[in-house]
Write a protein that binds this ligand. Structure first.
Ligand SMILES: Nc1ncnc2c1ncn2[C@@H]1O[C@H](COP(=O)(O)OP(=O)(O)OP(=O)(O)O)[C@@H](O)[C@H]1O
Ligand SMILES: [Mg+2]
Length: 480
């Protein structure tokens, strides 16, 4: 077994680590992951460096200050730290100080603490202080290598996850994910209307995010500290809706044992969101119009006028303009409520947003259910993009939630999503043409998603690289 003895005897560890014979085909330093070794004894330091330099770009420091300097400039992912550092190499105080300092400089750094034999309590204390793992002297290089592999692997995953989270945040607008031009227009409208107090009508198919938009407008408005009150006009029985909206006095009707304030009053100082406003009955439309004109309401059975300062937002998946023209919705109310109309694009029209949303939702549900699912197969991405999504984002949420639960492998397949394959669109022609069209389509998409990296494309498609070349030639696909 390769071993660095302590105190060092000068034995070398690994033939490939001999300073006089560095491995000829070792990678150039820039492509290797960076490893920091903090060790005060020069001989051990050098031995570790030579043993590990084939795989890592090894940076060395002999004390706390040196370690901090390297962390600031080089940003290694993993470090080993000898707890006994100068000025008192037989104690551990300086080592713990270094550990704290290193982690505060680089919170995701994986620190492997190296302790002397019989200092288990120090090792455990180091772990409680945020060290990733510990290692007991004498250092056995092959064991240390295994530990280092795991540490680097974990570090990569953590960083990838952090970057992905950041990307989702960067690319989301108040919880709305999407970077398509259609959604950028929606964000711009939200920015504009949120600084005013005008009513806004949000229209669009079911599940396109109308309520999210209403919440975003409220959150960005001067009323953000006031209440945001939602009432779904389509979900409450007609007979109850009036008192739900306007409140009632004691004894106003059978069962009205006490006075009750309505939802409009509850929105005092804030925002009232009337969902499915198209479902309001004509008498309630009149009453609502009066509130919009005068900012005053009367409770059911009451005589007193009550002033309410609430901004009104409304949503509908019916075409209210048409309903107004046809007479099923009051035209004057339509013009009041629809001073500004925000029209949500259906998901199928949002160029590029489907994979973005799908990936964000996948990671959300996978982490909620603690399932290790890493993405979609190329075929699944293809079906996601070609489905017409009548239920829009809500439908996508449901499909992915299900797929995360049902998936057997690490990648979600079209079957997990229960989506019909879009290959049907190649039907009608000859089988050979259909097959080629499909192959061309799939290869082109995967090529794009892998930025033209042919090895990765071949892996994703489950074919060898030569087969991929052959197919690309046959189908006339040129790598951009
Ligand atoms: N751009 C988006 N990014 C992330 N999640 C979204 C987006 N749009 C909608 N959602 C999610 O989809 C679901 C449906 O959104 P929402 O309830 O706002 O739609 P809606 O238009 O009000 O639907 P309905 O007409 O059925 O009431 C919610 O869970 C919401 O969080
Ligand atoms: Mg809604």
């Amino acid at each position: 077994m390769e071993e660095i003895k302590l105190p060092p005897t000068g034995n070398t560890l690994d033939p490939s680590a001999n300073p006089l014979h560095p491995t000829p085909n070792s990678l150039p330093p820039a492509q290797k992951p960076k490893l920091l070794i903090v060790e005060d004894e020069e001989e051990i330091r050098t031995q570790m460096k030579w043993a590990l330099m084939e795989e890592y770009e090894v940076l060395v420091a002999e004390d706390r200050a040196g370690a901090a300097e390297i962390l600031k400039n080089e940003h290694p992912l993993v470090a080993t730290l000898d707890l006994g550092l100068p000025p008192q190499p037989t104690e551990v105080e300086e080592g713990f100080r270094a550990l704290g300092e290193m982690l505060s400089l680089e919170p995701l750094l994986k620190v492997i603490v190296i302790t002397a034999h019989g200092e288990r309590q120090h090792a455990l204390h180091a772990i409680s202080q945020g060290a990733y793992d510990f290692f007991v002297k004498p250092v056995r290089i092959d064991e240390l290598k295994i530990l280092l592999h795991r540490a680097f692997y974990l570090s990569h995953i953590e960083r990838e996850y952090r970057d992905l989270k950041q990307r989702v945040l960067d690319e989301s607008f108040d919880g709305m994910i999407g970077t398509s031009p259609e959604m950028e227009k929606i964000y711009a409208s939200i920015r504009k209307v949120s600084t005013t107090d005008v009513p806004v009508l949000i229209v669009g198919e079911s599940g396109t995010g109308k309520e999210l938009v209403a919440r975003a407008i409220h959150r960005r408005s001067l009323r953000k500290d006031g209440p945001f009150v939602v009432i779904n006009c389509g979900a409450i029985p007609e007979t109850l809706l009036e008192s739900e909206l306007f409140g009632h006095e004691k004894g106003a009707f059978t069962g009205a044992h006490i006075q009750r304030k309505g939802r409009i009053e509850a929105a005092q100082g804030g925002t009232l969101f009337l969902d499915e406003i198209g479902e309001l009955t004509p008498p309630l439309q009149v009453k609502l119009l009066r509130f919009l004109q005068e900012q005053k309401i009367e409770r059911v059975g009451g005589r007193e006028e009550i002033s309410v300062d609430a901004r009104v937002l409304a949503a509908s998946n019916r075409d209210l303009k048409k309903a107004a023209a046809e007479g099923s919705f009051r035209e004057d109310l339509y013009y009041r409520i629809g001073v500004v109309v925000v029209s949500m694009p259906p998901l199928r029209d949002r160029e590029g947003d489907i994979p973005l949303l799908a990936t964000a939702l996948l990671h959300k549900y996978a982490s909620e259910t603690k399932r290790s699912i890493s993405g979609f197969t190329p075929q699944a991405l293809l079906v996601l993009e070609s489905h017409s999504w009548p239920g829009n984002v809500r439908e996508l949420e449901n499909k992915i939630k299900r797929a995360v639960i049902m998936a057997e492998g690490r990648k979600i397949t079209p079957e997990d999503l229960e989506l019909v394959s879009p290959y049907a669109r190649y039907g009608g022609g000859k089988l050979k043409e259909a097959r080629e069209a499909l192959e061309r389509d799939l290869i082109t998409r995967v090529l794009k998603s892998k930025n033209g990296n042919l090895s990765q494309v071949a892996v994703d498609l489950g074919i060898s690289r030569p087969t991929l070349y052959e197919l690309m030639q046959k189908l006339g696909i040129v790598k951009e």
